[in-house]
Design a protein around this ligand. Structure first.
Ligand SMILES: [Zn+2]
Length: 351
């Protein structure tokens, strides 16, 4: 049975780490970052800087053209959230350069994964290959990021809960994909990381040093295991991400990943009859607001993403899940809505 026998990326926790980069990265170095971050960190770099590359697009064709125009450089530094580290991977891959990753918030597991989540014709595609020399997690930098961004990072770990129920359901019905037979070892390994995060929600909410280490080490495992399990997503992703993809497709909105994924964890676990109340309480305790209004959409958008989910997952060729088994009725949606606003309160009353 295939289990996880790969290696997670070298990860270093500390302080003052950005200012050290210029002393050891290969020169000249390119810094791939975001508009809003560059003014804050520019002074940390010296005359070895080949230039900053400010990320404007994740579109593959546009990125191919941009990489052609970038100045010569001997190494790449990714500095930012998911987008900056993904584009840094892409540049390092295209030019075969050493890569150093510096995540500035805990939003996603992108700094710890091999492939970059890019877009082609509006669809997510994970491609490329980059193993960083190291990932530097600067505690002061993480703690200075907006708290809501950091807290939303629990979404990419709590999704293991719904993913495992989907895999078990597919297995019980003989519908597991032939390349991904149910693997208790992988589920147990993921469960270990999920439990570590669930046991640390107050620290993650308060972005303490313990909270940062726990969530980032869980992300480190989650980023590597897709590759290390033979490109198997079964133990780390299921109906909750499918809901998010469908909501993104229907609304055309750009989200903070953990919010729609978190709402998908609640709705998915409710459809699975799989501890939805506990998941809702955990998301709330971590300080992640999963009400649709908190992410710029309406309840009706979320409801429509659930109504159309079964058709969407077949059109998109996604793996077998509760979306293929349990119909989304209006009674289900009424109960889901009551549970969500019962826990978080009415949006208008709260704002
Ligand atoms: Zn995710």
């Amino acid at each position: 049975m295939a289990s996880d026998t790969g290696r997670e990326f070298t990860t270093v926790f500390g302080r003052g780490l950005i200012g050290e980069l210029r002393n050891f990265v290969h020169r000249p170095y390119l810094v791939v970052t975001m508009d809003d971050l560059w003014p804050r960190f520019e002074a940390e770099f010296d005359d070895g800087l080949a230039g900053p590359h400010l990320v404007r697009t994740l579109d593959l064709a546009e990125l191919e053209a941009e990489v052609e125009r970038l100045p010569p450089c001997a190494s790449v530094i990714g500095l930012g959230g998911g987008q900056a580290v993904d584009v840094a991977k892409f540049v390092a891959w295209k030019r075969r350069l050493p890569l150093f990753q510096v995540p500035t918030a805990m939003t996603v597991n992108a700094p710890f994964g091999h492939r970059a989540g890019l877009r082609t014709n509006g669809k997510v595609r994970y491609l490329g290959w980059a193993v960083p020399e190291a990932v530097y997690v600067d505690l002061d930098v993480i703690q200075s990021a907006p708290a809501a961004l950091n807290r939303s990072g629990v979404g990419d770990i709590m999704c293991y809960h719904t993913a495992h129920a989907d895999w078990k359901l597919a297995d019980a019905r003989g519908r597991s994909e032939p390349q991904w037979p149910y693997d208790e070892t992988l589920v147990a390994a993921a469960r270990e990381r999920l439990d570590s995060v669930l046991g640390c929600l107050d620290d993650i909410r308060n972005v303490t040093e313990r909270g940062i280490r726990t969530l980032m080490l869980a992300h480190r495992w989650g980023g590597a295991t897709f590759h290390d399990s033979g490109w198997n997503p079964r133990h780390i992703e299921g109906v909750e991400h499918f809901f998010f993809y469908n909501l993104e497709r229907l609304t055309g909105r750009h989200f903070i990943h953990g919010q729609p994924v978190g709402l998908g964890i609640y709705l998915g676990s409710l459809l699975q009859d799989n501890g939805a109340t506990e998941m809702l309480a955990a998301l709330q305790r971590a300080g992640v607001d999963i009400r649709p209004e908190a992410m710029g959409v309406a309840w009706d958008d979320a409801a429509e993403a659930m109504r159309t989910l079964a058709r969407y997952v077949r059109d998109a060729g996604l793996w077998y899940s509760v979306a293929d088994v349990t119909p989304v009725t209006e009674a289900f949606l009424d109960a889901a809505r009551a549970g969500l606003y019962g826990a978080y309160g009415d949006w208008r009353a709260a704002s």
